[in-house]
Write a protein that binds this ligand. Structure first.
Ligand SMILES: C=CC1=C(C)c2cc3[nH]c(cc4nc(cc5[nH]c(cc1n2)c(C)c5CCC(=O)O)C(CCC(=O)O)=C4C)c(C)c3C=C
Ligand SMILES: [Fe+2]
Length: 403
């Protein structure tokens, strides 16, 4: 607990220890112009859940979204999901909170909601809730990419909820209570736990490492780049539809990483594949992490120093019509695969103004020729339209869409 933390940090600057402890325990505002959990400095833990709506009753769905909003406003502030709480209600009724977060602080919990293509029209093309005309053009299904090995059962979903927190128990508690409140209206389609954020979304954060051991998120869109955020992250007036103005599109990709194969490849080869060095994270043409890569530089034999099929070159905006992403992924290890290997990888998440103009061209370049492909498999995919934030307590998730 707090005692152990204080001990562990005894030899460090006490002021900074206090600040980071407070940050890790603190509450992030639920209401605001934007949804929290997008440019919010990436927390350590993730529980993402995709739900399917199992009712045709629009009023029941809207009622659930109102209940979710009220519970989300409470849980993100460190409170129980309901007003009676885990132990404050009637002995004759199931509690309005499941209880496993009793005594835990808010832990930086954010809840970010998005609506999937199938909420507007189901797989048979039916306009389920009379909102098909409000489906954004940018929410068209993602194309199939070369090498995709997607599993339908862990892809897609009508509603996606991203719960991020510094404590996994807090993130899981939030998703579990939304699922409980949604009983009979939604069912859990798939869910994913993640740890060790693989991107920094703020210049105040050090760049973390992915399970290949490389710094990931060096050249990410950052919360401080407000001009770039308007250009690349937030849906702008005129992009349409109006209910999405100020929102953003989330692409999720569960990417299995064949870590055992990777671990047998030489350091020089690993660095060639990424296009950066493993220790510092500098481009192979530079010294420091944030040095600009020089794609024209050649080695003694006239070969490009940053290989033409390296991840760095293929993912770079210059190769993809200027496309940029706000990456916000997490590592995962879902036990083992029964074949003596870890079932490990990257749960890739990226927010953007239009996935068809940003994620799609980047992923097409990567899928065609990235040397990283030998070591990874895309096994799940999702696309969600995340509306803007809510300014007041009488608003609710999806109001502008369903009104
Ligand atoms: C389609 C988008 C991307 C997928 C899928 C993706 C998978 C993936 N990436 C790594 C490791 C690294 N990626 C890095 C940079 C980087 N990656 C993407 C996009 C996708 N990556 C972009 C847009 C960028 C930034 C490019 C730039 O602007 O220079 C890096 C380098 C460090 C960094 O800048 O973040 C690493 C390392 C893995 C392991 C992976 C799949 C499992
Ligand atoms: Fe990448």
């Amino acid at each position: 607990g707090a005692g152990a933390l204080a001990l562990a940090r005894h030899d460090q600057n006490p002021a900074s220890a206090t600040t980071s402890e407070a940050d890790a325990a603190g509450a992030i505002p639920f209401y605001g112009e934007r949804q929290a959990g997008i440019v919010t400095a990436a927390q350590d833990r993730l529980h993402f859940c995709a739900f399917d709506v199992i009712t045709d009753d629009k009023a029941a769905l809207v009622d659930m979204l109102q209940n979710w909003t009220a519970a989300g406003a409470r849980m993100t502030q460190g409170l129980d999901a309901g007003t009676f709480g885990a132990v404050g209600g009637s002995l004759e009724a199931p509690p309005d909170d499941t209880g496993e977060a009793l005594g835990l602080p808010a832990s930086g919990l954010t809840l970010t909601i998005g609506f999937g293509p199938t909420l507007f029209r189901d797989v048979r093309g039916k306009d389920r809730f009379g909102i098909a005309a409000r489906r954004p053009a940018a929410l068209a299904d993602l194309p199939k990419f070369p090498r995709d090995t997607l599993e339908d059962a862990i892809s897609g979903g009508d509603i996606g909820v991203q719960a991020c927190a510094h404590d996994p128990q807090v993130a899981v508690h939030a998703i579990r209570n939304l699922a409980r409140l949604g009983m009979g209206i939604v069912s859990v389609r798939w869910s994913q736990l993640g740890f060790g954020r693989t991107s920094s979304t703020s210049r105040s954060q050090a760049t973390p490492r992915n399970l290949f051991g490389f710094k990931d998120g060096t050249r990410n869109l950052k919360s401080e780049d407000t001009g770039l955020l308007d250009e690349h992250l937030w849906v702008q007036p005129g992009d349409g539809p109006d209910w999405m103005t100020g929102g953003s599109y989330l692409v999720t990709r569960k990417i299995r990483m064949l870590v055992e194969t990777w671990d047998r490849s030489p350091l020089a080869e690993q660095q060639m594949i990424i296009g950066r060095d493993k220790g510092e994270g500098a481009p192979l043409t530079g010294k420091l992490e944030h040095d600009e890569p020089d794609f024209a530089a050649q080695d003694g034999e006239g070969e490009p120093v940053i290989a033409v099929d390296s991840h760095l070159r293929l993912a770079h905006p210059d190769q993809n019509g200027g496309a940029r992403l706000l990456r916000r992924g997490y590592n995962f290890v879902d036990g083992s695969d029964g074949l003596g290997r870890l079932n490990a990888g990257l749960f890739f998440m990226a927010y953007q103004r239009n996935a068809h103009k940003q994620f799609v061209p980047v992923q097409n370049s990567l899928a065609k020729q990235d040397t990283l492909n030998e070591y990874i498999r895309h096994v799940s995919s999702g696309l969600f339209a995340c509306p803007p934030g809510m300014l007041a307590a009488d608003d609710y998730w999806g109001r502008a869409l369903f009104a």
